[in-house]
Design a binder for this molecule. Sequence first.
Ligand SMILES: *Cc1c(COP(=O)(O)O)cnc(C)c1O
Length: 382
Amino acid sequence: MSNDKKLAPETIAAQALGWIEPTTRAISPPIHVSSTYERDEDGQYRSGRNYSRTDNPSYDQPEAVLAALEGGKAALLFSSGMAAATTLFQTLKPGDHIIGPKVMYWSLRNWLVATAEKWGAGLDLVDMRDLSAVKAAIKPGRTKLIWAETPANPLWHVTDIAAAAEIAHAAGARFAVDSTAATPVLTKPLALGADIVMHSATKYLNGHSDVIAGALVTREADAFWEQIKLLRLQQGGVLGPFEAWLLLRGMRTLYPRVRMAVANAQFLAEKLAGNSRLEEVLYPGLPDFSGHAVAARQMHGGFGGMLSIRVKGGEAAAVRLAAHVKVWKRATSLGGVESLMEHRASVEGPNSPIPKDLLRLSVGVEDRGDLLADLEQALQAN
Ligand SMILES: *Cc1c(COP(=O)(O)O)cnc(C)c1O
C-alpha cells in the first residue's frame, strides 16, 4: 500500500490499491454484512464503526479506489446513481438556483424539474455546449450549482469542463459533472476544475450489468462534503455490502473493459458513418461531430463506448432495426461488457428532446466483427 501515488491507475484498479486483508492475508476482501458494531465498555466506538447506515467496511476499498482513480480527496458510494445525484442537489436551499444541461440523463432531468418547482429552487436548463448560454443563465448570488454531463446521454453533447468550471467559480457556484459515460479512464473532471464528480456505478465502473450503485467523488474534503456525508447517513441511500464487493470486483477490470469498448465504438462509428440507411451517426470520436475538438482536448485514450444512430425512415424504421438485431441485446442501461441497443424516445416519453429515429448503442467488449455484422444484417433487413 506504499507508493500508490507513483502507481499507474491501471495498477491501482487491478490491485484495488494493493490492499490485503490483514488477519487472513486474503487478496479479495471479505463482505461485511453486520448492520451494527459492539460498543467498548466505556460506551465508545473505538473501531470507528457503529451502524451500517453511516458506513460499512465493505465501502472502504471501492471508495478509496474510485477517489484515487478520479484524483479526488474522497468518494462516497450510494444505492444508485440517482441516489448519489439527488443527494448532492439536496444540499441546496429554497431560492438557490441550478443550471443544468437540456440534454442529460432523462430520469435525473425529470426529478430536477419536479423537485426544483416543489422546493422553490430556480432551474435553468441550457445548451451546455454553448458557454455563453451558461454565462447568460447565471443569477448572481443565487446560482449555487452548475451540473454538466459529458458526453451527455444520448446525443453525446460534449461540455468543456474547464471552461464551465471557470464560469461556475466566477459566479461563486460549485460545478459538478456526471462522468458516467466518460469514466475516469477517459476524463478527469476534478483535474479540469470540477468540484464534484458523479457516477452511476451501475454502468462502466461495475461493468457487468449486475449491480445498481452510484458514487460521488470530491476535490476537497471540506464542510460541504461533510454535509453530503451526513445526508447519505440521514436519507439512508446506502449500498448493500455485497453490491459494494461486486463493484470493487468490477472496477479491477475497468481499464481493459473501457479501452476495448472504446476501440469497438470508434470502429463501429467509422464503419457506420457512411451507411446510406442511416441519417446520422452521433459519436464524439468522429472528426465532424460537433463536440469533437473539445472531446479531443479533455478525453484521453478515446471517446467513450457510447454512440447513437439515427435511422432513415423515422421512428418505425428505428424500432424495426432494433427488432432485427441478434447479437446486440434490446435493453436499457449501458457500460456493461455486453452490447445493448435502445430506442430512447419511447423510453423518455412525449416531452423528450430526443429524435424519434434514434437508437442508443452501448458498445461492449465482444468481437467487433460480430457487432458490425449484426448491425449490417439488421440494416439490410430493414
Ligand atoms: C444510469 C445513469 C444515471 C442514473 O444511475 P442509476 O444507477 O440508474 O440510478 C445517471 N446518469 C447517467 C449518465 C446514467 O447513465
